[in-house]
Design a protein. Sequence first.
Length: 141
Amino acid sequence: MTAEIITIGNELLIGQVVDSNSADIAAELDRIGISVNQILSIQDDKEPIISAIKDALSRANVIVISGGLGPTKDDVTKYALCEFFNDTLVNDEAVLQHIEELFRKIKNTPLSDLNREQAMVPSKARILFNKYGTAPGLWFE
């Protein structure tokens, strides 16, 4: 079985953030017997995201995407995934409750509209709850 890792974020491409996620993901995939063919970093823009997914699907059995789900205005990954999978975003009440609880316990600050928007998830995705942060993981088959 083979995999490709796609990291999304303009901050990666300008050297503002070092991509340590790929190393961790690749090590875990290797540990369970999945060989990583390629790691690709791309900008957080709809067309490059869709293109990278199409290309990766032609070469690998598993695609792991990291990044692009944060509470910022430039994160378009969910919209690109919806276009790719012919899907729509829906409000997931359990995700919203999780985000609200994190803000109550840890941040002790008011919830922004951008954080609330993180509860909007593709309807065809299985939600992977993130106990450490506000952005849920998304699993597509």
